[in-house]
Design a protein around this ligand. Structure first.
Ligand code: ZN
Length: 58
């Protein structure tokens, strides 16, 4: 995937499993330091990730 901010293909991808078992993928751009997550083929924002984590802990 290319960075949505600066279009460089130089991004890190890390698969992560949330505490409730949902699979998300974390991306980080080397060039502009943009960070984002996807779940399946759709983008999710950090607040949604935190919400999922918080719901699981509650
Ligand atoms: Zn970038």
């Amino acid at each position: 995937m290319d960075c949505p901010q600066c279009s460089t293909p130089d991004v890190i991808e890390i698969d992560q499993t949330l505490p409730d078992g949902q699979q998300v993928r974390f991306f980080s751009c080397h060039h502009c330091e943009e960070k984002w997550w996807t779940q399946g083929d759709k983008e999710v924002d950090l607040s949604q990730i935190l919400e999922m984590v918080r719901e699981h802990k509650a």
